[in-house]
Design a protein around this ligand. Structure first.
Ligand code: F6R
Length: 614
């Protein structure tokens, strides 16, 4: 949700900033802009639409060389996504330029105050207030750092700000509250960005900033303070992936690359967790075993695909630990007076670690004294810092806007947590845990085999590219898979898609069945309760009404064959692990169908990867 870059150093800032924006474009693509600061003045260029539009403007109206620059790629909140609302925003005299991610909630009052004192606004954004306020502080004789501290004290809401001023061509100043900002530590150069991907080509040394902090970068160094100007320490860390992880590596889309990375991502998430002695080790677990024994309820909080990972996890958590587990949309949680106390374990699932709804939900849970554990893919992000414990998924950077490897590794991390709880609470014997871990550890190879034979799913997607509606049915742990399959198709192909619990079919959705309607059915493995049999009945019911059945069933399941118009074979895994394999064909289907329709798979319309506003 908006990507921000700032640079000070010996390289040409324009190249560094635009390259950084290219790596952050997944965060928003409503407009893009840059401002450079040379020894004389500020120079800005901006344009609505994708970064390619800005590239064109920069070709037509080149900027002078400069070693200080800031840039922005926007996901619009205040103000339409047009040229006038594109960032950077400058004050009237063009002395200070600012870029912003977030929403300044008291902007109306600030704007009214500024307008009363004669300031004329050039955009409809909340951000422009900051440019004018900074200019007023610079007029009072403050330097840019002190001006930023002073302005931040007046702002309400969520914001990452990065600014540069003509009067001070040696520094870039950033600030953060509730929105992400990391510092890249270079040699004779320093960087600010919403995400390390922006500067990974230059340095893998990073500095994590805390809440309500202002950071000043110069060629020589980095200084961090709170909003009152008191020095504080950032936390330095080494980024454990490199530039190649942030590039497409020969694939047409990041999403496709990330789908194919899933065997590796799952294996990396499992790496080092299970010792030879047969005990589970979760290194980032900062909750003691005694505290985990006190837990009497688990609430999983997440949004979107991560929420579906939570829905999958519930089956395993309750089955293995016997602890009641609720799964709730983070955006709903704190508005309903939830029953939470010190013995509640809140599990927040977030690929980015920055999703505002989830972040606010865990803050609410902590206020009620709940213990919070986050499952997160992004080192240095806000959620792990604000949690009592964290399990990192080691998926590597996920750049395609639609989550894929994030989802699978979140499920794996939830399973590790569930097994750990089962271990410390004694609800599973050691040999049972060993057996389940063996089954999970076999998943990467199963995924690889599945991907090696995925061609027919791609063909199916091309064949169905004119479909106006597609339905997905699942049962038990396959139900969230159906929801995820539908979400992927909606967000990438922009066609109507819905996921249903197969048992609900007769309670309404069956009315939708008509001749030729494609319906994916995720069939549970054979031999578990009566789930398989019931699902086969469901397939017959929809087929009898003319629907085209696309059946995902495990290898060796011959019962489904007569009822499948198209059969997609899944590797044989236990029921609770089936979501890890069954989701993959649905990801591939959505990716390929959207490609066939000519859509931008990595940057679907109206979306942004990291939703840092509520
Ligand atoms: C869908 C998708 C989103 C995210 C959701 C939560 O493909 O990617 O639904 O899953 O916005 O994001 P995180 O996991 O970063 O909190």
């Amino acid at each position: 949700m908006c990507g921000i870059v700032g640079y000070v150093g010996d390289q040409q800032a324009l190249g560094v900033v635009v390259e950084g924006l290219r790596r952050l474009e997944y965060r928003g693509y409503d407009s893009a802009g840059v401002a450079l600061c040379d020894a004389v003045r500020l120079h800005a260029r901006k344009r609505s639409g994708k970064l390619a539009n800005l590239d064109k403007v920069l070709d037509e109206q080149p900027l002078p060389g400069a070693s200080i620059g800031i840039g922005h790629t926007r996901w619009a909140t205040h103000g339409a996504p047009n040229d006038r609302n594109a960032h950077p925003h400058l004050d009237a005299a063009g002395r200070v330029a600012v870029v912003h991610n977030g929403i300044i909630e008291n902007f109306a009052a600030l704007r009214a105050e500024l307008e009363q004192s004669g300031v004329e606004f050039a955009s409809d954004t909340d951000t422009e207030c900051v440019a004018h306020l900074l200019a007023l502080e610079l007029d009072r004789g403050l330097d840019l750092t002190a001006a930023m501290q002073s302005v931040c004290r007046r702002l309400e809401g969520a914001f990452t700000l990065v600014a540069t001023a003509a009067a001070d061509p040696s520094r870039v100043v950033g600030a953060r509250r509730n929105s992400p900002l990391v510092v890249g530590l270079g040699d004779g150069e320093n960087f600010l960005a919403s995400d390390v991907a922006a500067f990974i080509a230059h340095t893998r040394q990073a500095l994590e900033l805390g809440q309500d902090q202002v950071v000043t970068i110069t060629r020589e160094g980095v200084r961090v303070t709170d909003f009152d100007g008191r020095p504080v320490e950032g936390t330095a860390y080494h980024v454990d992936w490199d530039l190649s992880a942030a590039e497409k590596g020969g694939y047409d889309w990041f999403m496709r690359k990330e789908i194919y990375e899933q065997p590796r991502a799952v294996a990396d998430t499992l790496l080092g967790r299970f010792t030879r002695e047969g005990t589970l080790q979760l290194d980032e677990m900062r909750l003691s075993d005694d505290e985990l024994r006190e837990v009497d309820k688990i609430i999983v909080l997440a949004c979107g695909t991560s929420f579906y990972a939570g829905l999958v996890a519930k089956y395993a958590i309750e089955h293995w630990t016997r602890i009641p587990c609720e799964v709730e949309l983070a955006s709903e949680f704190r508005y309903r007076d939830p029953i939470v106390d010190h013995s509640t374990l809140v599990v927040a699932i977030s690929q980015s670690g920055e999703t505002m709804d989830t972040l606010q939900a865990i803050r609410h849970a902590r206020q009620q004294r709940a213990r919070v554990l986050s499952i997160c893919n992004t080192n240095g992000s806000t959620m792990p810092r604000e949690s009592d414990a964290v399990i990192y998924t080691h998926a590597g950077p996920e750049i395609g806007v639609a989550s894929t490897k994030g989802f699978l590794t979140q499920i794996v991390a939830c399973y590790l947590l569930a097994l750990y709880l089962a271990q410390v609470r004694g609800t599973k014997f050691g040999d049972e845990i060993t057996e389940i871990m063996d089954q999970i550890e076999a998943v990467p190879a199963a995924l690889q085999k599945l991907l090696d034979g995925i061609g027919p799913v791609e063909e199916l997607a091309r064949e169905l590219s004119t479909a106006r509606s597609v339905l997905f049915l699942g049962r038990h742990a396959g139900y969230p898979v159906a929801l995820e399959g539908a979400l992927k198709l909606k967000e990438l192909a922009y066609i109507h898609a819905e996921g249903f619990a197969a048992g609900e079919l007769k309670h309404g959705p069956i009315a939708l069945m008509e001749e030729g309607l494609p319906v994916f059915v995720v069939v549970p493995p054979q031999g578990r309760d009566q789930l398989h049999e019931k699902m086969v009945n469901n397939i017959q019911e929809i087929r009898a009404r003319g629907a085209r059945t696309i059946v995902l069933a495990e290898e060796g399941d011959e019962v489904v064959v007569p009822y499948a118009d198209t059969l997609i074979r899944l590797p044989r895994v236990p029921t609770l692990l089936q979501p890890l394999v069954a989701t993959v064909p649905l990801q591939v289907f959505a990716c390929e169908l959207a490609t066939a329709l000519g859509h931008d798979v990595d940057q679907p319309r109206n979306l942004a990867k990291s939703v840092t506003v509520e």
